[in-house]
Write a protein of this length. Structure first.
Length: 292
């Protein structure tokens, strides 16, 4: 275990806690090492149509194959990488890898679905961000419409003018923009209306108890209804059960993402997924059919 290695590495607490302050120096050094020795991998999680269960897009999620700790999830290292600035290099790597993987998949006759890449505030605010996105699209040959960037409410609330300009420039490239973890910040849909975005992703914290928590159900329904009036596509994250799938379908949530359909998988497994995932008690009646 980590302790046996003395001061040579950061300690492993397990769970989802981010490492403690004393461990930051070691983690920072190990992240640097990880960047240079190819320890990161991108996993992909399907996002499906709420009614038909068909694959509609894919979210790219980073994983770290740590030499001694094994597979480390982003909750453990993204917050620190954000503090040290290493997120910029890491984020650029993810963007390039995801675009490259998706272009290759399509070239091999596979999926031509859009891929969503998470963008950190620091990465988004950097002067070179737009040029980097352009360069990656050119180098990988991925059509811009197949790239979607996931940004959070928080990063749009500070420096709003500049954020709007940047989003507008991205949209002009043909790239899609989604607001991730929607509902956890303080922004309103009235505010979002000013932004050139396509999609909002409802945070998992509103979804998991949707069928039993009337407050959350009301919030979710309100957001879906208003978002549709603003021509925004709504995605629910954290859909873990058929019950939730049915509830969200009834509430006209457009797209669903969650363990009920598939966990994030490596590229090879993604290629093997059928384009219609387990789901969908089809509400659409077949032509001429009346159900039962
Ligand atoms: P996120 O962007 O909101 O991504 C969704 C997270 O929810 C993923 O966790 C995914 O595995 C998890 N998830 C999906 N469906 C379910 C479900 O049904 N139940 C539960 N309990 N969880 C579900 P993951 O991969 O651990 O990523 C956590 C967060 O780390 C992401 O949240 C995102 O904020 C950040 N992240 C991941 N990859 C990157 C990246 O490449 N760059 C940046 N900047 N952040 C990233
Ligand atoms: Mg995301
Ligand atoms: Mg999210
Ligand atoms: Mg989330």
């Amino acid at each position: 275990e980590a302790k046996a290695q003395g001061g040579n590495t950061w300690q492993w607490h397990g769970g989802d806690d981010i490492p403690e302050v004393g461990e930051h120096v070691a983690l920072r050094r190990e992240l640097q090492e990880a960047i240079h020795s190819d320890q990161f991998e991108v996993y992909y999680q399907p996002i499906v149509d709420s009614v038909t269960g068909r694959l509609r897009s894919i979210e790219a999620l980073i994983r770290w194959h740590h030499p001694t700790h094994g597979l480390v999830s982003p909750g453990r290292f993204i917050p620190l990488a954000e503090k040290t600035g290493q997120i910029v290099a890491i984020g650029q790597w993810v963007l390039r890898r995801a675009c490259r993987d998706m272009a290759a998949l399509q070239a091999a006759g596979g999926s031509a679905l859009p891929v969503a890449v998470n963008i950190s505030p620091l990465q988004f605010r950097r002067a070179g961000f737009l040029d980097n996105v352009k360069a990656v699209l050119e180098d990988t040959g991925l059509p811009p419409a197949r790239l979607e960037l996931e940004v959070t409410e928080g990063m749009l609330m500070t420096g709003t003018r500049q954020a709007i300009e940047r989003l507008t420039a991205l949209r002009a490239l043909g790239v899609q923009v989604a607001i991730d973890d929607f509902g956890t910040g303080f922004s309103s849909l009235a505010y979002l209306r000013q932004l050139p975005i396509n999609k909002i992703k409802l945070d998992r914290s509103f979804i998991h108890d949707l069928t039993t928590n009337r407050d959350n159900a009301a919030i979710v329904q309100g957001i879906i209804t208003m978002a549709h009036h603003l021509n925004l596509v709504v995605v629910a994250e954290g859909v873990e059960t058929r019950e939730l799938q049915e509830e969200l379908m009834r509430r006209h949530c457009d797209l669903l993402q969650g363990f009920f359909f598939s966990r994030p998988v490596c590229l090879a497994e993604l290629e093997a997924l059928p384009d219609r995932l387990p789901a969908a008690q089809d509400l659409i009646l077949p032509p001429g059919g009346m159900g039962d």
